[in-house]
Structure formats: C-alpha cells, structure tokens
Design a protein around this ligand. Structure first.
Ligand SMILES: Cc1cc2nc3c(=O)[nH]c(=O)nc-3n(C[C@H](O)[C@H](O)[C@H](O)COP(=O)(O)O)c2cc1C
Length: 164
C-alpha cells in the first residue's frame, strides 16, 4: 500500500522507528522527514503515519526546538534541527480524507502524549483514524530505544497495512 511515515526526529530515535514502521507496512511505504513530505507527496499516499518525540511533556513547539542546539549526548552528534517540527508540518498540511495514524517516542514514565496531539490535528484536517496512537520507548534522554522497540514498530506497521 502507498504509505508515508513522516517524522520529526532530532537524535534519530523517531526516524529509526519510522523506518521500521515503513518496513512493516510494505515495499510501497516510505519513511521521510517533515521536510520531504510535501503536499504533493501527501496527496499521493493512501495512508499517512506521523510521529514525533515527546519533549517537555508535549508535541514539540518551534520555540522549544530552537533551544535544542546545545542538547546532545556526551560525545554524540549535535541534534538534527534541519526539518520543520511536526506541529508546523501539521499546521501546513492541506485538508484530506484518507486514513492516518500517529506515534511518538518517549521515556516510559513520562506524562504527556505527542501521538494523541498529532492524531487530533490529523482528524481536524479531515483524516480518518486508522489505529490508536502508539508509543515507543527510549531508555534515556537522547535514547537509545529500548530493546525490542524496532521489532514492535515493524509489527505495528504490518498491522496498520492489514487494517487499512
Ligand atoms: C530537551 C528534552 C526534553 C525531553 N522531554 C521529554 C519528556 O517530557 N517526556 C519524555 O517522555 N521524554 C522526553 N525526552 C526524551 C525524548 O522524547 C526521546 O529522547 C525521544 O526519543 C527523542 O526523539 P528523537 O531522537 O527522534 O529526536 C526529552 C529529551 C530532551 C533532549
């Protein structure tokens, strides 16, 4: 099925989950950042899956992301700040009527949900819920992902394809 898995990701965890979800959906699914998911690309997709990290208990705002440049794991690469936030991407998303699902990466104990916020915004734009919002867990502030989360993401992608 023609699907896109669109992500905001600064340290790579959400991007890795997006890639695994796309693999689970099938060969016609593609993972891409918010920068690459143009209106044209969105219009050609039968299923839109969108994901972002939970930062500050919330779907990241532009203002929060602007302040992330000094946030980096010891010895790790700087955060990727090259693509729009999921929030900005959703604000600019044209109205649609297709199916959509949402996911997030987060620390297990934290309150707040990016995926619920994303799905709510997709529904406001006219998209229909393809699945309940899903969360994937990291072990620490900048990751890595908990063991088994990539496999779970792939399985979730396969379920999405079946349901849609
Ligand atoms: C500045 C900052 C704030 C964060 N705030 C939260 C939070 O409120 N709740 C949470 O569960 N995780 C929080 N995290 C952890 C991130 O959600 C987690 O590392 C996520 O997987 C990052 O995704 P990315 O690698 O795709 O950017 C925070 C991390 C950073 C660096």
């Amino acid at each position: 099925m023609k699907a896109i898995v669109v992500y905001e990701s600064h340290w790579g965890n959400t991007a890795a989950i997006a890639q695994a979800i796309a693999e689970g959906i099938g060969p016609e699914a593609q993972a891409m950042s918010t920068a690459d998911a143009t209106a044209e690309v969105v219009a050609a997709a039968e299923l839109i899956v969108a994901g972002a990290p939970l930062l500050g208990f919330n779907l990241p705002t532009d203002m929060m992301v602007k302040g992330l440049s000094s946030e980096t794991a010891k010895g790790g690469p700087p955060p990727d700040l090259s693509h729009p936030t999921m929030r900005a991407w959703l604000d600019a998303l044209p109205k649609g009527a297709g199916r959509a699902a949402a996911f997030e990466t987060k620390i297990s104990w934290s309150p707040g949900s990016s995926s619920k916020a994303i799905l709510g915004k997709l529904k406001e734009k006219g998209y229909r819920e393809a699945a309940k919002p899903e969360r994937f867990v990291v072990k620490d502030r900048y990751g890595p992902l908990k063991e088994g989360e990539l496999e779970r993401a792939k399985a979730w992608g396969a379920e999405l394809a079946k349901a849609a």
